[in-house]
Design a protein around this ligand. Structure first.
Ligand code: ZN
Length: 169
């Protein structure tokens, strides 16, 4: 069991495209455990590998409120998306900032589970938003890349003035 430090905006790894996982070995299993531990410690609903400094296409999620039941997606691909919905969104790598982001209302995501079995997940609501947000992380995309240039500028100005932003600059 290990919590890892969450990388913050300004860390270049958050802007990289992560390579696919080719083999689910002990290293990947340890990564998955660390992602879960770190996500729960930070009280998040999703966490992607680059957020703890690992370039791999893996994320964990748990949108349940009552009990812990983390899901894992390895090499995820969003294969269907439908509708649009606008909701407020935040990110553990950009603490304290939230903004309304437009996302697909419903998605189908396909990938592998932690045993390497093919997984197909149909998601709507919060889970759909979470899956899209975490998939973006694997391509170096952050939520504020999906808002208007003006809103992005305002968010970045706010970040630069925040405690975290000032420290990570
Ligand atoms: Zn995030």
């Amino acid at each position: 069991m290990a919590n890892r430090q969450i990388r913050l905006l300004g860390d270049p790894i958050l802007r990289e495209r992560c390579p696919a996982v080719e083999q689910i070995d002990d290293e990947i299993r340890r990564l998955i455990q660390d992602l879960k531990d770190t996500m729960y410690e930070a009280d998040g609903i999703g966490l992607a590998a680059p957020q703890i400094g690992v370039r791999r296409r893996v994320f964990v999620y748990d949108v349940r409120e009552d009990e812990h039941a983390a899901g894992v997606l390895i090499n995820p691909r969003i294969t269907e998306s439908e509708g649009t919905v606008r909701e407020s969104e935040g990110c553990l790598s950009i603490p304290d900032l939230t903004e309304v982001v437009e996302r697909a209302a419903r998605v189908v995501v396909e990938g592998l589970d932690e045993e390497g079995r093919a997984l197909r997940l149909e998601a709507d609501g919060l889970l759909s938003r979470c899956v899209q947000h975490e998939s973006d992380h694997l391509d170096g995309i952050l939520f504020f890349d999906r808002v208007s240039p003006l809103k992005r500028k305002m968010l970045l100005a706010k970040w630069a003035k925040s405690e975290h932003g000032a420290n990570s600059a």
